[in-house]
Design a protein around this ligand. Structure first.
Ligand code: HEM
Length: 517
């Protein structure tokens, strides 16, 4: 039978159940052998050219593997599957096929060598709203907009020369943290301190000073008809969008059902976006007034309003907000895990103190000492490896048929790069579960080299803020250990669960600190 006649016959065959049964039979008789043969021929062809097929993780019809991924920690499930199905396998999330990469080689191939075929992203419904259709450096497609806005953020904030220019702001942050810790150690000796409360607040202050020139304590937001406190600003700009980014809308997995409304989900995400936008507009309006009054500050909003003349108000707002959320989250995640590990491992803490004493003497640890403190650098990198702050890179989309790890990957597939899996791969790292900074010592590698693990990604889209993250985390860790003895609060040692898009500690770190002086 000619294919054309079957397609034209199908609508009438499917009109009644009986006809559907007949249609099913016709389908089975003619098509199953056809597809079977096609599949066999394809397998045979792939076999002939030596291309293996992906292992597929078994799942349910229609849903695929969705029910196995309900916990919001897919990186651990991905790594468990890698033990059974190998480092590269495919899963089904509803109607999408996702190829999961769990080794550094495969991840690098996707991010570097094959970048041109895997450079875009399909956004979930929540991310489309929260990123305003990719109006951010980090999630924009690799196009002219991306190149322009990346140039802006590097020039004003993240390049080595910009970081040099902004150093006094980071120094101020570290001084503030040390002063608060000292006040706590003096006034509450032996009493547990909520480390996150101090560090998170200071980091957010730094992000605001860099972005809009001021650590705003409260602001009247006309669109909300109320004054929003500093904590409220932090919630609207950082905490809520972080939660929103991992909100799951079942329609993401079944695009053919996207015409069905999901009002509670839509209202929740739209509300988050509305509040963030309202707060950002108020913050930017205040800075525009300052600029109009002739007062200039060295910060991103002044730069963008002057240099980004072709950007819309929404784009300026999104780009400034992006730097606030990026500065405020992942650096906290990695510093908090580093302090957890140091407080848990007194011998490693002592070894770091000895190196700091030898290098800094009576001076306070600061950025100019970092290149002479390889053990501090090793602690930073081992923390990034063991507690990958971004465990899975947001899914990339395969735009044209490509090959990864020797496997054929058809266009339309999505790629999940499990950075956690790469950093915990036992073929690459001995005893990967153990936190052992020593593994990053020796070998003559540059202590300032940022890409010793896959934590910052790789290739053209590797983290643009890696230098800033390293400078803040390493100087803070060095200074905090130089001035205080750290130990975990009782019961804290097992508090290792994580939550959210980044690998935030589920419970804030609680420590007992004692001044060394
Ligand atoms: C320990 C801290 C951090 C970690 C582990 C981290 C991790 C990452 C990773 C894995 C990517 C790549 C995503 C991809 O391939 O799609 C990325 C991209 C990016 N990060 Fe970070 N990041 C950190 C801190 C920061 C900071 C402090 C900033 C800036 C304020 C920042 C700004 C960016 C930007 C702008 C991109 C997008 C680069 C591009 O697409 O060209 N990051 N980050």
């Amino acid at each position: 039978m000619e294919p054309a006649s079957i397609t034209t016959a199908l609508p009438s065959i499917q009109a009644t159940p009986a006809a559907a049964a007949v249609g099913g039979l016709v389908f089975s008789v003619y098509f199953i052998p056809f597809f079977w043969l096609l599949g066999l021929t394809r397998d045979f062809f792939l076999f002939l050219i030596g291309r293996p097929e992906f292992a597929e993780v078994p799942g349910l019809p229609v849903l695929g593997n969705l029910l196995q991924l309900t916990e919001k920690k897919p990186h651990k499930t991905f790594s468990n599957w890698a033990e059974t199905y190998g480092p590269i396998y495919s899963i089904k999330t509803g109607s999408s096929s996702v190829v999961v990469l769990n080794t550094t080689d495969a991840a690098k191939e996707a991010m570097v060598t094959k970048f041109a075929s895997i450079s875009t992203r399909k956004m979930s419904k929540a991310l489309s709203v929260l990123t305003q259709d990719k109006t951010m450096v980090a999630v924009s497609d690799y196009d002219d907009f991306h190149k322009m806005v990346k140039r802006h953020v590097l020039t004003n904030l993240l390049s080595p020369s910009a970081q040099k220019r902004l150093r006094s702001q980071r120094d101020m942050m570290v001084d503030n943290i040390a002063a608060q810790l000292l006040a706590h150690a003096k006034s509450h000796p032996g009493k547990a301190l909520n480390f996150r409360k101090v560090f998170e607040s200071e980091l957010f202050g730094l992000s605001m000073r860099q972005a809009i020139g001021k650590d705003v304590q409260s602001i009247y937001v006309e669109e909300l008809g109320t004054t929003v406190s500093r904590r409220g600003i932090f919630k609207a700009l950082v905490l809520d969008p972080m939660d929103g980014a991992i909100e799951v809308d079942w329609r993401d997995f079944f695009p053919y059902l996207s015409w069905i409304p999901n009002p509670s989900f839509e209202a929740k995400i739209e509300q988050m976006h509305y509040q963030r936008q309202a707060v950002m507009s108020a913050l930017i309006a205040e800075q525009k007034q300052r600029i109009a009054s002739g007062e200039a500050i060295d910060c991103y909003v002044d730069y963008l309003l002057a240099e980004g003349k072709n950007l819309t108000d929404l784009q300026v707002s999104m780009l400034i907000w992006e730097t606030i959320i990026e500065t405020s989250d992942t650096t906290l995640v990695s510093t908090e895990w580093a302090m957890f590990e140091l407080a848990k491992n007194p011998d490693i803490q002592e070894r770091l103190v000895c190196q700091i004493q030898a290098v800094c003497g009576s001076e306070e640890v600061s950025e100019q000492h970092l290149s002479k403190l390889p053990y501090l650098s090793a602690i930073f990198h081992e923390t990034l490896r063991r507690h990958s702050p971004v465990p899975v890179i947001p899914l990339r989309h395969v735009d044209v048929d490509t090959e990864l790890g020797g496997y054929h990957v058809p266009a339309g597939t999505e790629i999940a790069i499990n950075l956690y899996g790469c950093n915990m791969d036992s073929k690459q790292w001995e005893n990967p579960d153990e936190w052992l900074p020593e593994r990053f010592l020796g070998g003559g590698s540059d202590p300032m080299e940022l890409h010793k693990t896959m934590a910052f990604g790789s290739g053209k889209r590797a983290c643009a803020g890696a230098l800033q993250a390293m400078l803040i985390a390493c100087t803070s860790i060095g200074r905090m250990v130089q001035q205080f003895e750290w130990r975990l609060k009782e019961g804290e040692v097992d508090n290792v669960d994580t939550v959210a898009l980044t690998a935030r500690k589920l419970d804030p770190l609680h420590v007992i600190i004692k001044s060394r002086s």
